[in-house]
Write a protein that binds this ligand. Structure first.
Ligand code: NOJ
Length: 442
């Protein structure tokens, strides 16, 4: 059998995207609750409190769906503000109990929880103190992480410190995510600090004595120059440096590249850094989690120029699931990576209305199935090539709160009706269930 015993076939979610139920259970608001109130910030005026899936109340339904899908792993995140409404200090027992129940139920169903500590929902109370721009965020995060390891270290064995740290840059530098600032210097400081915090989380994990493994999730959107023109090659390099190498160089390599440091210095956007920051990110991690969705063709030419040159064959919106393996091999080669890898997210988003079969009422998301077939073929090829890949987590269990896109972008295997919270299986959910069954040989 191609898939080794114990290989994780999972689905992935995150707290702010699925828990919903407003601030029930005394959850402290996150930066996304506040950002969502800004007129025009989120498509359709959606909010995480109202337009997620109410999993805080309906976790059992999600559990049954996962059991039915046949997954043996679930990647989920803890809402920092649910356990610490103020970010630090007093634990909210109702929040702590909620996650313990979730983890226990998953385990009793044979589903291993893979728990992310930070999936973008910083408590607003900490944002009020400067959020990720404040160097103290490293200690706030370390305290939170330490408490989580001590609370759940007996039942959770796979941990992620931070998911896609680029989100802090998008939030402080570009304004498209919470908390909505548009200052590149701030963005660079925030993304530097969140990386340091991740290292501080690893340090806390080791000293807590918790068993298991801890890693970091970095998304790779590899740039592909559309032409061989030097300007296109330079643009692809620049975007690679900004969008993912910033994080991987520091986490998996020896530190930031000369290129990015020189660039920031020239722009006047260089962040404050301490030696201690790098000591923390140099602490060994147990696995690398790669989120892969697509590659990104880049060119300095406008679409009009490309079209008139007859060279627009390569639609920039085309999906390349099959490139998952190439991209992972780039990372492994670039850093001589020796630690195991999980594909911590992979999936297909749909912005339109998904077609329904009138006879069965089942959503016919064949485009998602095609994408997933390409992705799992790529995963299979990695295993054949002997890559130490331990799991594949499909994003996502059900349509949810897709950040700035609100409910307009759907990634779910299950459809969510946001007015009733009812979940229904799409054709892709049946496909994934069959794929897992076949892969396990039963
Ligand atoms: C990556 C993020 O981790 C997740 O929160 C998001 O919903 C998916 N990408 C899809 O955009």
């Amino acid at each position: 059998m191609l898939y080794p015993d114990g290989f994780k076939f999972g689905v992935a979610t995150s707290s702010a995207q699925v828990e919903g139920c407003g601030l029930d259970g005394d959850r402290g608001p996150s930066i996304w609750d506040v950002f969502a109130l800004r007129p025009g910030a989120i498509a359709g005026g959606a909010t995480p409190g109202k337009n997620a899936c109410d999993s805080y109340r309906l976790f059992d339904v999600d559990l049954w769906n996962m059991i039915d899908l046949g997954v043996n792993a679930c990647r989920m995140s803890i809402s920092w503000g649910r356990v610490f409404p103020q970010g630090t200090g007093q634990l909210n027992q109702a929040g702590a109990d909620y996650y313990r129940r979730c983890f226990e139920k998953l385990l009793s169903a044979g589903i291993t929880p893979n728990v992310t500590l930070y999936h973008w929902d910083l408590p607003q109370a900490l944002e009020d103190k400067g959020g990720w721009m404040n160097r103290d965020s490293v200690y706030w995060f370390q305290e939170y992480a330490d408490r989580m390891f001590r609370l759940y270290g007996d039942i959770v064995s796979t941990w992620v410190t931070v998911n896609e740290p680029i989100a802090t840059y998008v939030g402080y530098g570009l304004g498209a995510f919470a908390p909505g600032y548009t200052n590149k210097r701030w963005g660079n400081q925030a993304r530097h600090n969140v990386m340091t915090a991740s290292g501080a989380g690893v340090e806390a994990f080791r000293s807590s004595g918790a068993k298991g493994e801890i890693g970091v999730v970095i998304d790779i959107w590899k740039r592909v120059p559309l032409t061989d023109a030097p300007e296109d090659l330079a643009l692809a390099k620049d975007e690679d440096e900004e969008n993912w190498k910033f994080y991987t160089d520091r986490l998996l390599g020896t530190g930031y590249s000369r290129y990015i440091l020189d660039k920031f210095e020239k722009e006047g956007t260089l962040m404050d850094m301490k030696d201690e920051d790098f000591r923390l990110t140099n602490l060994p991690i147990d696995f690398y989690g790669m989120n892969y969705y697509n590659t990104v063709p880049v060119t300095v030419k406008t679409e009009r120029e490309l079209a008139s040159g007859g060279n627009f064959a390569e639609d920039r919106r085309v999906s390349h699931p099959e490139k998952l393996s190439d991209v992972l091999k780039v990372i492994i080669g670039m850093y001589g990576l020796k630690i195991p890898v999980y594909i911590t997210e992979n999936g297909f988003g749909h912005s339109g209305v998904e077609a329904v079969d009138p006879a069965t009422g089942i959503i016919q998301d064949d485009d998602r199935i095609d994408y997933l077939k390409g992705a799992v073929a790529s995963v299979e090829s990695l295993l054949k090539d002997g890559i130490d890949l331990r799991g594949y987590y499909l994003w996502t269990l059900m349509d949810n709160f897709e950040w700035t896109a609100g409910n307009t972008f759907k990634y779910g295997l299950l459809h969510t009706d946001f007015s009733t919270s009812r979940r229904t299986w799409k054709k892709s959910a049946y496909w994934y269930r069959n794929y897992i069954r076949n892969a396990r040989g039963n």
